[in-house]
Design a protein around this ligand. Structure first.
Ligand code: DC
Length: 218
């Protein structure tokens, strides 16, 4: 069984996907974390964010996988644990630009499809329902208002030791939404078979219960 969750940054996708996967005994694949790991590597190697060919080459050589450690999911990239680094403001600012190149996306989609082949999965991202798992049993589009998403992102950053003011975060989300929705390949969009859920006025648990009811596990 495959469950796809797409939506803009800060809508609560990863919290939902993680808890849903745990409830259902499925594997959780955070595709945003995979693009983030690639963006981190791009920043580390000094490749230009616009150099699609070099980024694609770098992506091909990356072995990205998830491991559970003390009840937490960690991201390993060529053996290096990047779990914390990929949430930094530098990666936030670079990741959408890295993810905009069609040839880079082709490689990442392939990696994601390979990961989903052998287990039941909950996968979250932007293009999961359309490109990664077009045959998914359920396609959710999770969204929330810009201010609400910025507030959540601010708290998430603070919990990780990064401080940014709300206006800066809102502007960064606005730009990221714009890039994620307007790129040529893999753009974020509501599909004809998407089930749209607005989490602005719902707690994480309320959203989870709603989804469990839809997939028949409540
Ligand atoms: O969900 P997130 O904020 O961790 O995602 C980080 C970025 O990665 C986001 O701005 C767009 C990109 N992304 C993507 O292009 N396609 C995906 N399937 C997942 C994320």
């Amino acid at each position: 069984m495959q469950i796809a969750i797409d939506g803009p940054a800060g809508a609560g996708k990863s919290t939902l996907a993680r808890t849903l996967a745990r409830k259902m005994g499925f594997v959780y694949i955070d595709t945003g974390a995979m693009y983030r790991a690639l963006a981190w590597k791009v920043l580390q190697t000094g490749i230009s964010l616009e150099d699609a060919e070099a980024i694609a080459k770098l992506a091909l050589g990356l072995d990205i996988h998830f491991e559970n450690y003390r009840g937490e999911q960690r991201l390993l990239c060529n053996g290096e644990d990047l779990t914390e680094m990929i949430r930094s403001p530098q990666v936030n600012a670079a990741v959408s630009r890295v993810a905009q190149h069609p040839e880079v996306r082709r490689i990442m989609v392939q990696k994601q499809q390979d990961m989903a082949r052998s287990s039941n999965v909950v996968m979250d991202g932007r293009d999961i329902g359309e490109w990664v798992l077009p045959e998914a049993d359920y396609k959710f589009y999770l969204t929330a208002g810009l201010q609400e998403r910025a507030l959540r992102r601010k708290m998430e950053l603070e919990n990780k030791g990064f401080r940014q003011d709300l206006e800066t975060i809102m502007e960064e989300l606005r730009q990221r939404d714009q890039m994620d929705q307007s790129r040529q390949v893999g753009a974020l969009k509501i599909l004809p078979d998407s089930i749209v859920i607005d989490s602005s006025r719902q707690s994480a648990d309320e959203v989870l219960q709603q989804i469990l009811t839809i997939v028949g596990k409540n």
